[in-house]
Ligand binder design. Structure first.
Ligand code: MSP
Length: 538
């Protein structure tokens, strides 16, 4: 885990979270999708020069984890430790995720604060004891409303199914503690109304508003039929409902009731990134819990769509055996980070296909980007001995490149940094890459060099400076998405020496023309995107 965030008194950090993932199994492409998106977003903001705090972690309590541990013959804590250390943390390191913290809900810093939070709500009369019977889905760890269940058919005929997991629900009957969620409907609706950007995208917002308008029931927040959870402080026969426990990670991880300075300078989150399957927990229950406690609400809940396989949400059971590492070993980590954000509009569902990944890798990464980098370095080497020449006089063609870059910077900064439109932002940069490739092809430097000696050389210098300076900006803009590749380009332009560390380059200033100093040592590095091997057979 990289510790790139920093705390500074008096400034509120730009605070982004991923969901904390259930550790009933190893991570898959869907989990990595949300985590990479958050990483790109936070790296972008760091490169704007902002204070950033990026949090991820694991959700370790509840029946689902308990059952996995039981099935594997180990204690739930052993099971969680094994998966967190053996699968989750290593994957985030492998994918270059620069999270500032990693919270586990079994850590004392979390469990103690959760008990205090719940005790406080109890003391305020927000929690009472009652009874409940209803259909429960262990996959979702949630009571379902009878109206949302599906009818099973075939082997499952006569049974009621969870609409998400398509598995039979269980009827649970318990005496539980309840949170007065039902009293928060109007306050929530008023908040959605006053803050139109609170839930993104629009479709997700509408779904939540319609749901809340139908009326909210009080929420059962304890369980007494199993004990893998945080005990209710005033009644240890009950454990706290895993979702109440989990949502509180966003507060406990940044010093709730423990480190006021850290808490004030971080909380609430600017963006909670969530899959659309867990939107209601974040957009209804979580804000109501915060209102009950008088704490500030997050600025935005951004729901991403699902990665689909064969028309179904990609999940542990239908992955058809593809792990993130199977893709990174073939395409490389940077291409992996790029692909899902490039191919799927954030907020919408998208299908993954090996063929689509290969085609885009070859045309956009290898042919467009990789080729631009290698031809520029090769020509500066060949014609100027590797020393970046000075541009002589910029003409119309150069002006078009400057304008193209300025447009790409503005668009990418707005789309990635503000709108979470990763696809649009990436496209803006790749359109610019295409433009620069087109510029080189049209200017034909290999012909210019044969022209009348002095004039030709000056023209050649202008063309190559223009191309190299464009590449400098491209490396800065793509650094949040493909850090390893950008570093290679940065090194090959000699920019580390002349301009300093890549991570210190501001994205919003990437379009200021003429930053790369004349005379920089340009070298031809390794190929950025090597030709793909044959697809490995399944
Ligand atoms: N533990 C809860 C979240 C608690 S947050 C306070 C949980 N965990 S989970 O392991 O099931 O994963 C949740 C998240 O993983 C989803 O909301 C989503 O962000 C991501 N995804 C899991 N499968 C996915 C896809 N097939 N596609 C895209 N994202 C998916 O729910």
């Amino acid at each position: 885990m990289a510790t790139t965030g920093s705390e500074k008194q008096g400034t509120k950090a730009y605070y982004v979270t991923t969901p904390i993932y259930y550790v009933n199994d190893a991570p898959h492409l869907g989990h990595a999708y949300t985590t990479v998106a958050g990483d790109v977003l936070t790296r972008w903001h760091r490169q704007r020069g902002e204070q950033v705090w990026y949090l991820t972690g694991t959700d370790e309590h509840g029946q689902k984890i308990l059952r996995s541990a039981d099935a594997n013959g180990v204690s739930p804590q052993e099971w969680c430790d094994k998966l967190v250390d053996g699968a989750w943390k290593p994957l985030w390191e492998h994918l270059e995720i620069a999270n500032d913290d990693f919270i586990r809900t079994t850590q004392k810093r979390h469990t103690e604060r959760v008990q205090e939070f719940v005790q406080d709500l109890y003391d305020k009369g927000e929690i009472y004891k009652g009874g409940y019977e209803g259909p429960y889905c262990v996959g979702c760890e949630e009571y379902k409303l009878p109206g949302e269940l599906l009818d099973g058919d075939g082997e499952l005929a006569g049974q009621k199914l969870c609409p998400v997991h398509k598995k039979p629900v269980e009827i649970l009957s318990e005496e539980n503690y309840f949170f007065r969620l039902g009293e928060y409907g109007d306050k929530l609706l008023a908040h959605y109304e006053a803050n139109p950007g609170f839930i993104q995208p629009e479709s997700a917002r509408n779904e939540v508003v319609n749901f809340v308008r139908q009326g909210l029931q009080d929420l059962s927040i304890s369980r007494s039929t199993f004990d893998w959870g945080i005990p209710i402080p005033w009644d240890d026969k009950h454990v706290i409902y895993v979702w109440v426990d989990a949502l509180l990670n966003y507060a406990t991880a940044v010093g709730y009731n423990e480190n006021p300075e850290k808490f004030e300078s971080t909380f609430p989150a600017d963006i909670h990134l969530v899959g659309k399957d867990i939107l209601r927990f974040h957009a209804v229950i979580w804000p109501a819990m915060l209102m009950a406690q008088g704490l500030p609400l997050p600025r935005k809940i951004a729901a991403n769509g699902w990665l689909m396989v064969g028309g179904e949400k990609m999940s542990k059971s239908n992955l058809t055996g593809i792990k993130p590492q199977d893709l990174t070993s073939h395409f490389g980590v940077d291409a992996y980070r790029w692909y899902f954000l490039r191919a799927i509009a954030f907020g919408q569902d998208g299908s993954f296909s090996w063929e689509d990944f290969s085609a885009r890798y070859t045309s956009e990464l290898a042919n467009d980007y990789g080729n631009l980098a290698s031809r520029v370095a090769a020509m500066v080497g060949k014609y100027f001995g590797g020393a970046l020449p000075q541009a002589a006089a910029d003409g119309e063609a150069e002006q078009a490149v400057h304008d193209g870059l300025a447009k790409a910077v503005t668009e990418a900064d707005r789309k990635i940094g503000d709108e979470l439109d990763f696809q649009g932002g990436i496209l803006a940069v790749f359109n610019f890459i295409k433009q620069v490739n087109g510029y080189i092809t049209e200017q034909e430097p290999w012909k210019v060099v044969k022209d009348d000696a002095e004039e030709g050389r000056a023209r050649l210098a202008t063309i190559l400076y223009t191309a190299a300076e464009s590449l400098r900006a491209i490396a800065v803009l793509l650094n949040p998405i493909m850090p390893e590749t950008s570093q290679k380009v940065w090194a090959s332009l000699g920019a580390e020496v002349s301009l300093g560390a890549l991570a210190d380059q501001r994205v919003q200033e990437a379009g200021e023309w003429g930053k790369l100093p004349t005379g920089s040592t340009v070298t031809k590095g390794a190929i950025l995107f090597p030709r793909l091997e044959e697809k490995p057979s399944a």
